[in-house]
Design a protein around this ligand. Sequence first.
Ligand code: SAM
Length: 367
Amino acid sequence: MRVSEGRVTVTVPEQPEAGKGADVFFNPVQELNRDITVAALRAYRERTPRVSTYLDATAASGIRGVRAAANDWETTLCDIDDDATALCEQNLERNDLAASVRRSDANVLMHSEAFDVVDVDPFGTPIPFADAAVQGTKHLLCVTATDTAPLCGAHFESGVRSYGAVPRNTEFHAEMGMRVLLSAMVRTAARYDIAARPILSHATKHYARTYLEFDHGAKVANDCIDELGYVHHCQHCLWRDHDYGLIADAPEDCPVCDEHLQTAGPIWLGRTCDPEFVSGVSEQVTEEMGTADEAKELLATLRDEIDTPTHYDQHRLCKRWGRGAEAMDEFIEKLRDAGYAASRTHYGGTTFKTDADVVEIREATAE
Ligand code: SAM
């Protein structure tokens, strides 16, 4: 099967049942993720002109790496599977592009060689690659995680084992997953005196994707650790709060309804995006990208998302309050009119962020 994305056309095997059992994996649904990757690589080169090398560490058909090579990155494509690396070679040749192809365990490669930008896009959790990826990255580490059930607390024990944090299955589950992933990556990098700061992150119910910029030194790594902490959350009235630090300081019961609170963490409480970088990425989304409109819309929402560690869903709140939902723009306007910061989020059409608490939201948006 031939697939054209951006400036390249590649061959990929027909995918039986969502890629399971295919000779080499390919997921057409990840085109948006790959379009944003290419735009992010372009924007990152503007931000850091000296960068030139890119490792597609888990390449499969090579589509990501081939697209990077078509954008003048000095690219290495790595996969542990013979069929995958053979296909990477073919796909480079088909597009008349030169890149290095390695049939290797990515962990071995990343422990022995460093690249300006490393991309880890594995099956499920990226954690088995995390230590090597930190060693093998000079400037920017791009990571996808598709194990959203462990990340967001739906598979609790598995989440605890993989990520060394307590995830909770809240109504802001995709953001919970993103912040659990970021916590694990930040703690992994800190072990090597590296600050890993997310400059772009986006999530759906199927995956979380983040771009972590590295800065070296114990002091900056400590500063990153200081942005970890805990979220305390009431499943009953949806009140939540957070506190920074590695020792949870949870109130026992919800201050609004006296129900039991659930605590998640340590999760990343800091910014998940740098709005300036996000604007730069948006400028690099170009017409030949199949998901250009969707990518621009997503990036605009990410740029404007206010910086709070959790979000709300208007429909869930209104259901609890026994109230009808209203148009999101009007709802957000009411919060702003009452003096609160408020924005939509990319986590869903009825989601929003605000600095108002759940009681203040209810009052501010009452008829
Ligand atoms: N990045 C690809 C894309 O955008 O289409 C998809 C990658 S696919 C989800 C994961 C790939 O990782 C598979 O081709 C698999 O063979 C490869 N893989 C699994 N373990 C690996 C390892 N230890 N080192 C390198 N590649 C590995």
